[in-house]
Design a protein around this ligand. Structure first.
Ligand code: PGA
Ligand code: ZN
Length: 417
């Protein structure tokens, strides 16, 4: 018997940066229930759905009491009695409650909390693990259990690390066959990198996503360090470990140029593309996310023409998990992969739509956390269910990041059985 929504509760909790965020519990009339906690970005795309924040004095304006009230006072009465397993109906009902641009009225944080908690409640009712429930209900055309490769951000810069360097993320992509071996490889490199930094009298404190945040001169220095750390860990560069970059270029795009403060220079779009091309020849870079700014569409076209055959070019701020923007990218030959962050769009149904659109046009999928996270591991199950090529979940430190890798290893054991 399919459970119907009996009650929805919401609370203000803290995320990994100590900022308020929304936690939701959906209870069904069958007794099953499900919880979710919503993450928050720091280098947010301009075209993302809007979070509802209180403003005023509490938490420096970041309180979410209004979003919580929107869940309990507006969304809950509208969803009560609906079947939890009908995700499309729940989400479209919520969309009718807020037709403002970017879900600004209710808040994407309020909506996503309900959307994900409802999915979890429905999964719990079936007694299936979440990834199996999501597969059978939302990804019926996907078969097999090929798990996502970790994109592990072990060196942080940009907005996640006090702008020690301009580029935001330097990731390792372990190429081993099993999740456990990939996690082991990434964690070993992380620790060796820490020792290399300590020897150079660099701080080994970590940034928002748990990677080191050294103050280096220029944006290529991290790649040299990563290469050293991979070799010193006994892994083969390129064979065992590849690199991923997320410059998050929208963050330093001003007046038509890319302003690289750590290098004291500005680069035009074509100079950025030449730089990436040179780095791809020098380092085993498999993925570049947001290599250019979110509205530099013609630049993205040229970047894709130059590197799209050999490198996975991921649109994060560019696509914001939005089918309209992704469709534009597909039509214009822009990028060949999408970063999927449910809170960029605000409902599970819309998130899955973006994944399906990507898949049907041969775009790869990287399901991603945010820099402000909780210990909720929903994204891992989502990545597995939708057979994403990558899972982006930060480094091998900080509980909210490690929770995701641990979940991935647990799922890997289950699907191997
Ligand atoms: P954010 O950054 O969560 O701070 O927006 C993550 C990313 O750019 O991938
Ligand atoms: Zn990004």
């Amino acid at each position: 018997m399919a459970g119907r929504i009996a009650a929805i509760a919401a609370r203000e909790i803290l995320d990994s940066r100590g900022n308020p965020t929304v936690a939701v519990t959906v209870a069904l009339d069958t007794g099953a229930s499900g919880c979710s906690a919503v993450p928050a970005g720091a280098s947010r795309g301009q075209h993302e759905a809007r979070e509802r924040r209180d403003g005023g004095k509490r938490f420096g304006g970041l309180g979410v009491r209004r979003a919580v009230a929107n869940v309990t006072d507006v969304i809950a009465p509208a969803l009560r009695g609906l079947p939890a397993a009908d995700q499309a109906m729940l989400d479209s009902r919520m969309l009718t409650l807020d037709t403002s641009p970017g879900k600004a009225k209710l808040g994407a944080n309020a909506m996503l909390g309900v959307s994900l908690a409802a999915a979890r409640a429905a999964a719990n009712e079936t007694k299936l693990p979440l990834y199996r429930y999501l597969r059978q209900s939302l990804f019926t055309d996907v078969t097999g259990w090929s798990l996502p490769t970790p994109m592990a951000n072990i060196l942080n810069g940009g907005a996640h690390a006090g702008w020690s360097i301009d580029f935001q993320e330097f990731m390792v992509l372990p190429q081993q066959r099993s999740a456990a071996e990939q996690v082991r490889c990434g964690a070993e490199i992380f620790h060796v990198l820490g020792r290399l930094l300590a020897r150079r009298e660099q701080p080994v404190t970590v940034g928002d996503e748990g990677g080191y945040a050294p103050r280096l001169s220029g944006n290529e220095a991290p790649l040299k360090l990563l290469a050293l750390a991979v070799r010193a860990s006994g892994y083969r560069l390129g064979r065992d470990v590849r690199f991923g970059l997320d410059p998050a270029a929208s963050e330093f795009y001003r007046g038509g140029v890319y302003r690289l403060r750590s290098e004291r220079r500005s680069l035009h779009t074509d100079a950025m593309i030449l730089r990436y091309r040179a780095w791809v020849k020098k380092y085993p870079i498999a993925t570049i996310e947001d290599g250019l700014s979110e509205d530099d569409w013609s630049g993205w076209q040229r970047l894709t023409a130059v590197l799209g055959k050999t490198v996975t070019l991921v649109g994060d701020d560019l696509f914001v998990t939005n089918t309209t923007r992704l469709q534009r990218g597909i039509d214009q030959g822009v990028a060949n992969a999408i970063l999927v962050k449910p809170n960029q769009v605000g409902t599970l149904t819309e998130t899955v739509a973006a994944m399906r659109l990507a898949r049907s046009h041969g775009y790869q999928i990287a399901v991603s956390h945010r820099s402000g996270e909780t210990t909720d591991t929903f994204i891992v199950d989502l990545a597995v269910a939708g057979q994403a090529e990558y899972l982006k979940a930060g480094s091998f430190s900080r509980g909210e990041r490690v929770a995701k890798w641990n979940r991935l290893m647990a799922i890997a054991e289950q699907v191997a059985d």
